[in-house]
Design a protein around this ligand. Structure first.
Ligand SMILES: *Cc1c(COP(=O)(O)O)cnc(C)c1O
Length: 429
């Protein structure tokens, strides 16, 4: 049998000869669109590309409104602001997610309440949401993490019962569907990121989707210095609704607009997305089947209510007991060497995440002693999050799902190879 790549053997994939599919994906279409914007001189401010993308993305997500802003962090901050959430309010957030999901809550002076996740999907646990609800709770931000979907049936039921807003963090779910409804169309607002790693990207960017014309009007204003929607900036909105009065600015805000260059790339990327998602779905499904055969390897649960899959990373669970006690870090390094691609753990739980440290910014966040204590991440107990991060999570970039079925065979083969040689890994450094 072949020596392990980490010990100098031949890797399962020699990526110098045979690289993985590249990400991002672009072509002549993007090139032409960028040149078109350049030559038009209209580089920003509710331009034709942004307006077109807003219309297309609303259509794609099955929502009435889609509003672009600078990234998938500001999207959540503006959603909270549009909902009037701030001082004295609590927002429930899962313990495993990118730090932005919780940090934006602090940025509007509200308190993030971190709750544990389900071990089979790594998404927020509805039973833990129920336990965390207090009279101060105003919203829930479920995250559709990696390849999984938060249980939106249970979450919407809890939200209705307690009169809470729901912001779906869809940074990993462009195009995913729950019982035929697109991610971002189930809660009150969908928050999307178009950062480079995401599966619809313009390098940076974000979008907020909603069916609520009142929220849409405020979201549009919040990303545009507080101006009321102008011209075509908010397609389909009833202008002048709500009780803000009819003229002038009606809400304080700053400039959080995207450029036409980003919008141009997004318009083209959105055309590619359905086929890319379908490829990732087919490969992911096939790979899940292969991994189920391997002892100690469990793919994330695919909920039957998830009618259309959208993968960000490809993630699975590892059980070292089936690998003769091989620590997960050694497993990931060995797999990384075999595949020639980064093999990561999941996001670090937010109660111990080096990028989620609100106490480093007292001038901004120390509103008073009570608040200062309430936003201490360490006060939350997240045993499932911690176990997943420390002992179980294995994550690969979604580009591995963009190739062929034989690529999937190769990934499974690499894990089998490690499975057969755990003793070597235990004894050699
Ligand atoms: C990427 C990401 C964000 C933030 O998006 P940016 O565009 O990078 O600001 C928020 N939530 C999750 C789950 C993400 O993965």
């Amino acid at each position: 049998m072949q020596k392990l790549a980490i010990h100098g053997g031949k890797p399962c994939r020699d990526t110098t000869m045979d690289p993985w599919p590249k990400w991002p994906v672009w072509g002549k279409e993007e090139e032409m669109a960028l040149i078109e914007v350049l030559n038009s001189g209209v580089w920003s401010y509710n331009g034709p590309k942004e307006t077109e993308f807003n219309r297309l993305f609303a259509e794609f997500t099955g929502t009435k409104y889609s509003i672009c802003t600078v990234n998938g962090t500001v999207t959540m901050q503006l959603a909270l602001e549009a909902m009037g959430i701030g001082v004295g309010d609590e927002v429930i957030v899962p313990g495993i997610t990118w730090q932005a999901t919780a940090a934006t809550v602090i940025d509007v002076n509200a308190t993030p309440v971190l709750v544990d996740v389900l071990e089979d999907t790594w998404c927020i646990d509805p039973a833990e949401i129920e336990k965390a609800i207090s009279p101060k709770t105003k919203a829930i931000i479920p995250v559709h993490l990696y390849g999984a979907f938060a249980d939106m049936d249970a979450i919407m039921e809890i939200a209705a019962k307690h009169n809470l807003y729901v912001i779906e963090d869809c940074a990993h779910k462009h195009g995913g569907e729950w019982k035929g409804k697109k991610a971002g169309s189930i809660g009150d607002v969908g928050s999307f990121s178009f950062q480079l790693s995401k599966h619809l990207t313009a390098g940076e960017g974000g979008s907020m989707t909603t069916d609520d014309s009142d929220l849409a009007e405020r979201l549009d204003a919040l990303r545009n210095c507080g101006r009321r929607p102008e011209g075509d900036s908010l397609i389909g909105a009833d202008k002048g609704i709500g009780d803000y009065g009819d003229d002038g600015n009606f809400i304080q805000s700053g400039n959080l607009r995207i450029t036409e260059f980003q919008a141009a790339i997004l318009v083209e990327g959105l055309k590619r997305l359905p086929v890319q998602n379908a490829t990732r779905d087919a490969n992911g499904d096939y790979l899940n089947g292969l991994l189920k055969e391997i002892p100690g390897v469990v793919p994330l649960k695919r909920d039957p209510r998830e009618t259309k899959k959208a993968y960000f990373n490809y993630a699975f669970r590892y059980d070292k007991n089936k690998f003769k006690g091989l620590p997960i870090k050694k497993f990931r390094s060995a797999l990384e060497a075999e595949l020639g691609i980064v093999v990561d753990a999941c996001y670090e739980p937010l109660n111990n995440c080096p990028l989620y440290v609100p106490h480093t910014k007292p001038a901004r966040h120390k509103l008073n002693e009570t608040y200062w204590a309430a936003i201490d991440p360490k006060r939350f107990k997240l045993p499932v999050c911690e176990r997943i991060f420390e002992e179980e999570s294995v994550c690969l970039h979604h580009k591995i799902l963009m190739g062929t079925q034989s690529d999937m065979d190769l990934i499974a083969g690499a894990i089998w190879k490690i499975y057969g040689r755990t003793e070597e890994l235990m004894t050699q450094s």
